[in-house]
Design a protein around this ligand. Structure first.
Ligand code: ZN
Ligand code: ZN
Length: 306
């Protein structure tokens, strides 16, 4: 994955390309969503309906990102055997879609359990990959703590049963898994980087505690080191599971200082969610002085102004 920085000193472009990118950055008003689920995984609506809606609301780019397979029986990830059909179906809508479509996966990283992400990128010719942590594996334990989903009880039970309610230890494990993913796997976008806060609901830890901030800071250093794109993910807000975007204000402020690239993701699971809180996300980013996003041209990610 390669984030092309305009007028970069490191990467001089031919003049006409510089000029083209300059025009894009200043005049192209794009609306993109690269994080979308459909009925191939835990999405609630078929792909066709989501493509139709994307065209109706004038999305320029729509990326499907089904949950990649995870070990064990589950009803939220795509069956590996269906991935070729998934990619083919995405491509089949392109001819009649003004919205440009992309085939991607949201890959879960579980140490020692999930397949190398390059397997999906290369063997199924994915356009890009999103990486994320939804299942936390305690050290030397095969059980998994599910930190996502609609049920807070599952989060609370996992914290008690897998971590003996040692909150710092459990939350640290989430971030360590994130570090490992960033170091080991090649990803384009990191999904909802601070998802761990969702079911916490300000009960067991605060995001201002020094140990928590140190973990976040390290994750951001790795995001920069590996040229990964952050997403501002609106799902927590519109599902009313969280009172802030992923990521929180502290991360937005640091990301601005570090010049980290962003996309806006609604993480839609049905068509009506495609652009929920999009404008609010733009306003949020701008309030932190972040006035550029990136779009994908099928090869590289490029900045443009919002
Ligand atoms: Zn996710
Ligand atoms: Zn998702």
């Amino acid at each position: 994955m390669d984030v092309v920085i305009f007028m970069s000193q490191k990467m001089p472009l031919p003049f006409f390309l510089q000029y083209f990118h300059y025009l894009c950055r200043n005049f192209v008003k794009m609306k993109c969503n690269y994080h979308t689920h459909c009925t191939y995984c835990d999405g609630k609506e078929p792909m066709e309906l989501i493509v139709k809606r994307a065209n109706e609301i004038g999305l320029d780019h729509l990326g499907f990102s089904s949950h990649a397979p995870v070990p064990g029986e589950n009803d939220f990830a795509i069956d590996e055997a269906r991935i070729p059909e998934y990619v083919k179906e995405i491509h089949s809508y392109q001819e009649n879609s003004k919205t440009q479509l992309f085939a991607a996966l949201e890959c879960d990283f579980i140490p020692g359990m999930t397949q190398p992400f390059d397997h999906y990128r290369n063997d199924y010719n994915m356009d890009y990959l999103i990486g994320g942590v939804h299942l936390v594996r305690p050290v030397n334990d095969d059980r998994l703590w599910f930190i996502d989903g609609s049920k807070r009880e599952i989060y609370d039970d996992g914290l008690d049963q897998l971590f003996d309610h040692q909150v710092e230890k459990a939350v640290t494990r989430f971030w360590e898994q994130t570090f490992e993913m960033l170091e080991q796997e090649r990803i384009d976008i990191i999904a909802h980087i601070d998802k761990i806060k969702m079911h916490n609901q300000h009960r067991f830890f605060t995001e201002q505690e020094p140990w928590y901030i140190a973990l976040v800071d390290h994750a951001l250093d790795l995001v920069r080191k590996h040229d990964v794109i952050l997403e501002i993910n609106t799902r927590g807000l519109y599902k009313k599971r969280c009172d802030s975007f992923y990521p929180s204000d502290y991360i937005l402020a640091q990301a601005r200082k570090m010049h980290l690239p962003f996309v806006i993701s609604s993480d839609a699971h049905k068509s009506e969610e495609l652009d929920l809180y999009y404008n609010e996300a733009v306003a949020k980013l701008k309030s932190f002085g972040i006035d550029q996003l990136v779009y994908f041209d099928n090869k590289n990610w490029h900045e443009y102004s919002i």
